[in-house]
Design a binder for this molecule. Structure first.
Ligand SMILES: [Zn+2]
Length: 113
């Protein structure tokens, strides 16, 4: 499943960060998840709970922050309102996605001895 490979990559990233900082435990991680990222939050949480065992993330909480989709015109920087056609009301040009398709590791709560 898609979410499982995402979680594996996420945990690998956290392990690398933790190793670099000499951390012994991870308490929590915060992930920003765009609404157009094509990732189901509940599936991601379930996948995380499955995969965190026997990794440095065992016992860590996964906090998901939903990032709403936002579009604007690349030419006039006009923001395109939610639900409106994906076209600039000023110049008629096509809208560009500003945010909402990302999945980013925003912060890690580490324990360093
Ligand atoms: Zn425009």
């Amino acid at each position: 499943m898609h979410e499982y490979s995402i979680v594996q990559a996420l945990i690998a990233l956290v392990e690398a960060e933790a190793a670099e900082r000499g951390a012994t435990k991870v308490h929590a991680l915060r992930v920003g998840l765009g609404e157009l990222a094509g990732v189901e939050p509940s599936l991601l949480s379930t996948a995380f709970e499955t995969f965190r065992e026997r990794t440095i993330c065992a016992g860590a909480d996964l906090n998901l922050r939903r990032i709403p989709a936002q579009w604007s015109c690349p030419r006039c920087a006009l923001e395109i309102l939610r639900g409106a056609p994906l076209q600039c009301s000023g110049c008629g040009g096509p809208a560009r996605l500003v945010q909402g398709d990302e999945l980013v590791l925003e912060s890690i709560d580490l324990e360093v001895n």
